[in-house]
Design a protein around this ligand. Structure first.
Ligand SMILES: [Zn+2]
Length: 241
């Protein structure tokens, strides 16, 4: 997850797990726990991290998730007053899931009645990708960049950072070498992505587009995904991703 401070509020990109799942791990479901073996700790929840910085839940006025799988949206109930910004197909996935989608969109995450703010793309481009500005008029710019495949409305989130951009790619890829040339990925992780992904063709197309972006970009875009710790640590160390 990523916390952005704007002139008048906080914006959260992904929430990670929330207090509900820390207190009641069985909410995650046995298949998820077996496959991912998440480490749940209250201090790591977005709410407790926001509080540790001296803010409160209501300071988080906007949440812009890459998608609504439980490991990205588990903390939504901890911020019931926040507006929830998504590319519209992701909201529709939650509201009218297909049989295949039904297990992934966990009902209790949305039981508090989130303040949905669905966005439609409307011709705006960012680095050759369709995009939509999530929070018009707010500095820094926060863009939703649709990259469907992992879920129907999965998106990367681009955040203006000085002269460049941070690009949170969510689960569009899982290993940093997938966006390198030549690309590679540990076979187990490759298989896992196929199992948890909704649409293989679009997922692989978007992975390819990110690889191309990673090749042609200068240092102005720092790209990272949600599940590669080493990539994140390199980013923190300022090497880029
Ligand atoms: Zn996911």
């Amino acid at each position: 997850m990523l916390l952005i401070e704007t002139s008048d509020s906080l914006v959260l990109v992904d929430t990670g797990f929330g207090l509900d799942q820390v207190q009641t791990p069985k909410l995650l479901g046995q298949p998820f726990r077996a496959a991912v073996q998440p480490k749940l700790s209250e201090s790591q929840t977005a709410l407790r991290q926001v509080e540790a910085l001296g803010f409160s839940a209501t300071d988080v006025r906007h949440i812009v998730p890459t998608h609504l799988d439980i490991d990205h949206a588990g903390g939504l109930p901890d911020f019931p007053a926040a507006e929830l910004h998504v590319w519209r197909p992701e909201m529709e996935g939650v509201q009218s899931p297909s049989l295949k989608e039904r297990p992934r969109y966990i009902k209790h995450l949305f039981a508090h009645g989130p303040k949905w703010h669905p966005h439609d793309v409307d011709g705006d481009e960012w680095m050759g990708f369709e995009s939509v500005r999530a929070l018009p008029g707010v500095d820094p710019e926060v863009l939703i960049v649709p990259l469907p495949g992992h879920t129907r409305g999965h998106s990367a989130i681009a955040v203006r950072a000085g002269d460049g951009w941070l690009l949170h790619c969510g689960d569009a890829y899982f290993h940093r070498n997938q966006v390198q040339t030549p690309a590679s990925c540990p076979p187990g992780l490759r298989a896992f992505q196929a199992i948890v992904g909704l649409e293989r063709k679009r997922r692989l197309q978007n992975e390819e587009r990110l690889r191309e972006l990673n090749q042609r970009k200068g240092s102005e875009i720092r790209m990272f995904c949600a599940h590669d710790l080493e990539e994140l640590e390199r980013l923190r160390a300022g090497e880029g991703a």
